[in-house]
Ligand binder design. Sequence first.
Ligand SMILES: NC(=O)c1ccc[n+]([C@@H]2O[C@H](COP(=O)([O-])OP(=O)(O)OC[C@H]3O[C@@H](n4cnc5c(N)ncnc54)[C@H](OP(=O)(O)O)[C@@H]3O)[C@@H](O)[C@H]2O)c1
Length: 360
Amino acid sequence: MPLDSYVTLGHSGLRVSPFTLGTMTFGEDHGWGSSVAESTSILAAYLDRGGNSIDTANIYTNGHSEKIIGDYFAGQHALRDRVVIGTKFFCNLYENDPNGGGPSRKAIVQQLENSLRRLRTDYVDVYWLHNFDPNTPVEETLRALDDLVSGGKVRYIGFSDVPAWATAEAATLARLRGWAPIIALQLEYSLLERTSEGELIPMAQAMGMGVLPWGPLKSGFLSGKYSSTSTGRIDTTRAQLVGAPTEADYVVIDALNAVAREVGASPAAVALAWVQGRPGITSTLVGARRMDQFEANLHALDTTLTDAQRTTLDEVSTPTLNFPAQNNRMLAPMLQFAGATVDGRPSNVSPLLQANNARY
Ligand SMILES: NC(=O)c1ccc[n+]([C@@H]2O[C@H](COP(=O)([O-])OP(=O)(O)OC[C@H]3O[C@@H](n4cnc5c(N)ncnc54)[C@H](OP(=O)(O)O)[C@@H]3O)[C@@H](O)[C@H]2O)c1
């Protein structure tokens, strides 16, 4: 699966690579990112392989990530229209300014103007709401975003880290009012964080939203540098910040490392291939601090897992979901029906129902 096997992002005509380049590590402002030279090399390598989708945010390295991307494309104007640049608004870059961030009309417009200035472009392809503010009316946010789409400064809208109920409410409102739709979600998803399977991913599938999983290596826990038997400290700045895996995490990490040995690939490649192959996933956000990590991660594109290997990983990482998802998962055998859906998904009568039929 090469980077140029583009797929549509949700129910839209926008085509993106199966891996989107995450640039939270671009720039050194947070103390754990990459130099300008290294960031630029990673970006060039991604584009060189046919990648077309780049993810950043106003907050990443306090705007430096956007600036690195902007400077790169400013030198190559012909390239800018060939790529999909997504950035996010919400986080406040201005201390003590109550309107410096968030999803109000005033804040959105000024955040976009600042992102466009740093990105040195006159439009953003996907403009992402980065988080949830229960205090701003969702109509205000959606209408402001719709104006930006109508005005040509934004092409598409996405939501990130917003509860499923609030996203569904917003998507329904946008549809009824004829405003720009929410075409995609960003959510944390990896072998160590699967609770989005309860609400967010089924909602995205039902409502025609693409899914871009972030943190697919759980900040490096799934990259191969951890195992329950290794005693060495991981001394990258980010590793210190995120802390160490738990005992439960190590059960999954050890299983991943074993599957990777069997496949003959790195644990990072296997973890990324697992995420990208899960139901509902459109384009995994691949992050790297160094070029060698980025190249290792791209091997996921050539990594094929057998059904047995997938089952091993699925089972060892099965999450306990919130109500009602966990409850309904247990009841699933009783909630199936005879026949099949129009697109061929089976819905067999469960053994329990068959037993009832036999009795009465
Ligand atoms: N919407 C949101 O709220 C949100 C949140 C977070 C991220 N994101 C997006 O998602 C992207 C990816 O997220 P993430 O950075 O959390 O992803 P991740 O893949 O879970 O973690 C990436 C980190 O893991 C380590 N790593 C990566 N590849 C490695 C390899 N091959 N070998 C060893 N270590 C490796 C590096 O950290 P060290 O080397 O420093 O240890 C790297 O910075 C971000 O760049 C950003 O665009 C979005």
